[in-house]
Design a protein around this ligand. Structure first.
Ligand SMILES: Nc1ncnc2c1ncn2[C@@H]1O[C@H](COP(=O)(O)OP(=O)(O)O)[C@@H](O)[C@H]1O
Ligand SMILES: [Mg+2]
Length: 481
């Protein structure tokens, strides 16, 4: 119908004529209840479980093999047919058996996230940032590389060309987990700035309902919302037309409740039906505070609920330091919980290294103040080394271009070895200073360029290259004068 659905026209969300190869999971005599898996069909590489809707009762017949959605998938004792799809009101959360606290990390491939401010599967993260600080690129990078089964990307009230980019890019890109086109695991809900506000209000709910639907099949789902502020603005506009009492900054008084209701729909749950399937919905939402001022109501209300805050900093973005996540303001409440996974799967040193790195970055900030006041000469040798190494941490480790071929995504193992190499260089510098080598000589050590180039190395053989470099750095310390 072109870009917009014309008035009075009805469009079906599903293709009712397409034929599917249905493998039933129920048999005559079974009792149906909401959420029970009645069978499965194959949708590309993806197994689509057919869930039971509101039908209740005893099964007397089951279809098998080729069926389409306008045919019955089975029959109940009462004579009712079992349909292959069901409807769900998007504003209502889909039910589950039990909700748990998150426990495993959602690996995003962004070093600053996975290492410093990790996100947990079933958790919620917000990315507040002013115009042009990199929210959209960040959301898209996470959508591309996140280690999940399904990504639901809601483009809410932002520019249309960004969604076009997703539409043209994703089919060409490969899913890092399965090697299939990324589009096969991605659902796009598009509501650009030129579309009606009522649809915008519905778009975020539509996205989260689709996410819950796949969660109920036992999948790990990530919901990316760009941006939740535009959604809140739609609420404001609708509310003012309804002549409701305005609250803070003209937003409706129930803004915080609605936002909380939305974030509450994420989580790690045991699904309804039998088998104890576990599914997760992880929410990552961009927030665009006007003027980059985080004290406005949408950022504040979101921050109260989300477990992770990745604050984007305009100064970093101006300096082209991307992702412009401000390590001073950001935090993750899941760090302690997911550390166990990183300890078991990457390295036992993971949490300790994070502490060491944060310590260095903080020390750098204090030292920079001294340098600005009295100049670099006033620093002790050890402190000049701290400045050197923390500069490398920022430039070589935290900085990660979304457009780089080998560095757009960083596997946790790569993240670990990169950091390990930089920190072993730090030990080397300290060791040499301890042996009485002049600081100028230490500052001129040859490893710096090599460490800086490390992130561009291809994934195959990265570990070996990194270990070889660390070996040479350590040997240099032993060799010394
Ligand atoms: N990770 C990144 N790597 C390289 N460049 C980036 C990255 N993130 C953002 N940028 C640059 O910043 C620009 C603005 O980013 P964008 O995500 O559109 O900002 P926002 O959505 O916050 O307005 C991009 O066009 C790109 O040039
Ligand atoms: Mg944007």
């Amino acid at each position: 119908m072109g870009p917009f659905i014309r008035a009075w026209k009805e469009m079906y969300g599903l293709d009712y004529t397409k034929r599917w190869n249905f493998t039933p999971a129920i048999k005559p005599g079974d009792e149906l209840q909401f959420g029970k898996v009645i069978g499965q069909v194959q949708e590309g590489a993806f197994t689509h479980y057919i869930l039971c809707g509101s039908e209740r009762g005893k099964v007397v017949g089951v279809a098998s093999g080729s069926v389409s959605l306008d045919e019955p998938f089975g029959e109940l004792e009462s004579g009712l047919e079992i349909p292959g799809c069901h409807e769900w009101p998007v504003r209502m959360p889909r039910p589950y058996k039990k909700k748990f606290a998150p426990s495993t990390p959602l690996v995003t491939g962004q070093r600053i996230i996975d290492f410093l401010f990790p996100l947990a599967r079933g958790g919620a993260a917000i990315i507040p940032g002013g115009f042009g600080t990199g929210k959209t690129i960040f959301e898209q990078s996470v959508a591309k590389f996140a280690d999940v089964d399904i990504v639901v990307y809601v483009g809410c009230g932002e520019r249309g060309n960004e969604m076009t980019e997703v539409l043209t890019d994703f089919p060409e890109l490969e899913d890092p987990c399965t090697g299939r086109p990324l589009m096969e695991r991605t659902v796009l809900v598009v509501n650009t700035s030129n579309m009606p506000v009522a649809a915008r209000e519905a778009s975020v709910y539509t996205g989260i309902t689709i996410a819950e639907y796949y969660r109920d099949m036992g999948y790990r789902v990530a919901l990316m919302a760009d941006s939740i502020s535009r959604w809140a603005e739609a609420l404001r506009e609708i509310s003012s037309r309804l002549e409701e009492m305005p609250g803070e900054e003209g937003y409706p008084t129930y803004l915080a409740t609605r936002l909380a209701g939305f974030y509450e729909r994420g989580g790690r749950v045991v699904c309804l039906g039998d088998g104890g399937r576990e599914g997760t919905v992880t929410i990552v939402s961009a927030v665009s505070p006007p003027g980059g001022d985080f004290s406005e109501p949408v950022t504040q209300s979101s921050q109260r609920i989300a477990g992770v805050l990745w604050a984007l900093d305009p100064d970093l973005a101006h300096r082209r330091h991307f992702p412009a996540v401000d390590w001073r303001k950001s935090y993750s409440l899941y760090a302690g919980t997911v550390d166990e996974w990183f300890r078991d799967h990457v390295s036992a040193e993971w949490p300790a290294l994070r502490g060491e790195m944060m310590g260095l970055l903080q020390r750098e900030e204090e030292l920079q103040e001294i340098v600005q006041l009295v100049g670099i000469e006033s620093l002790q040798d050890q402190e000049r080394i701290v400045l050197l190494v923390s500069g490398m941490l920022r430039e070589d480790f935290l900085r990660q271009s979304a457009f780089s071929e080998n560095d757009a995504a960083s596997h946790p193992e790569k993240t670990y070895y990169m950091l390990k190499a930089i920190l072993s260089f730090h030990s080397l510098c300290r060791e040499l200073l301890g042996k009485g080598i002049p600081v100028e000589k230490v500052l001129a050590l040859p490893f710096r360029e090599e460490l800086g180039r490390m992130k561009e190395l291809p994934a195959e053989g990265f570990r070996e290259e990194a270990l070889a470099l660390i070996g040479r750095i350590e040997a240099e310390g032993r060799a010394g004068p």
